[in-house]
Ligand binder design. Structure first.
Ligand code: SF4
Length: 283
């Protein structure tokens, strides 16, 4: 049976490798190497299937020199182009800034703590906090398209108020906070990071009460609110959705090029959640 509401967003992950090793990452790395021509066909197929929003995600899209061509293609196809990046591959050049301005509608960077110690303990990546701050300073002219992403777990939840103050000083257009979700490979670290939905939502409520976010949109994403709201497509065309059983796993439903792939996606995927839809405006 298919759902009457169809998903409008797809996630395209480069599941070959990532330069970072975040222990709660949900991407099952190790797929075959990435080929530009296949990625281009996947993007074309995503648009052909009627998706209007495309999130490019980890491993990092900017680790590939051809990504400029891919982003230009996605934009030309009329997609809302959202890119999540750890920032390490973002070269601080006029050329990169021009590419972002002409092709990227929303650029997400991670920030998981108010200090280097907390952020880097979350990301297992020494030096990443300073490099992120450097990228954010360089992106000052792109703030209206900038989103900061924070994974919230039992490890950093008490740091949220201090982190909120740092976020306010950085002035992105949006701050997305995500409850740690032990889905796929991220389940390995459930004991260290598990956080109940009520603890997460209460912390978000306290933030709203205590902090004046001015023009920054605070987006609160519990784990359950994300379930079944998008298909995940790997760079080699494999399509995954959240599995009904066992819970917190992914199920492979075929190739994005299969004739009836949309029917299979729609057996589980519904429309995106309201908090995420706000990111994309009317598109
Ligand atoms: S930077 Fe992103 S894609 Fe890479 S390991 Fe961390 S969460 Fe996963």
């Amino acid at each position: 049976m298919t759902n009457s509401a169809r998903p409008s967003r797809a996630i395209l992950n480069f599941a070959h490798r990532c330069a970072m090793k975040c222990e709660w990452c949900y991407v099952p790395f190790g797929d075959s190497s990435v080929q530009e021509s296949v990625v281009a066909k996947v993007v074309e197929r995503i648009a052909e299937l009627g998706f209007t929003r495309l999130t490019f995600g980890g491993g990092d899209p900017f680790q590939y020199q051809f990504i400029a061509n891919t982003l230009e293609l996605a934009k030309k196809l009329g997609l809302f182009v959202h890119v999540d990046t750890h920032g390490l591959g973002l070269s601080e050049t006029d050329e990169t800034l021009a590419l972002l301005k002409s092709t990227v509608d929303l650029l997400g960077l991670p920030l998981d703590g108010s200090s280097a110690a907390i952020h880097e303990e979350m990301r297992q990546s020494p030096g990443h906090y300073a490099r992120t701050m450097q990228k954010l300073a360089w992106l000052s002219d792109f703030r209206s398209h900038l989103k900061l992403n924070t994974i919230v777990s039992q490890f950093n939840i008490n740091n949220l108020p201090a982190l909120a103050n740092v976020v306010c000083s950085l002035k992105p257009s949006r701050w997305s906070i995500y409850q740690y979700w032990p889905v796929g490979p991220a389940s390995r670290v459930e004991r260290r990071h598990a956080l109940t939905e009520s603890a997460f939502l209460e912390a978000a409520d306290r933030l709203r009460e205590a902090i004046l976010f001015d023009d920054i949109a605070l987006e609160v994403n519990s784990a359950e609110s994300r379930r079944n709201t998008y298909p995940i497509i790997h760079h080699d065309a494999k399509v995954f959705v959240h599995a009904a059983h066992p819970e917190n796993t992914f199920v492979h439903v075929g190739s994005i090029f299969d004739d009836h792939v949309m029917d299979r996606i729609r057996t589980t995927c519904i429309e995106d959640r309201p908090a995420a839809i706000e990111r994309y405006g009317s598109q």
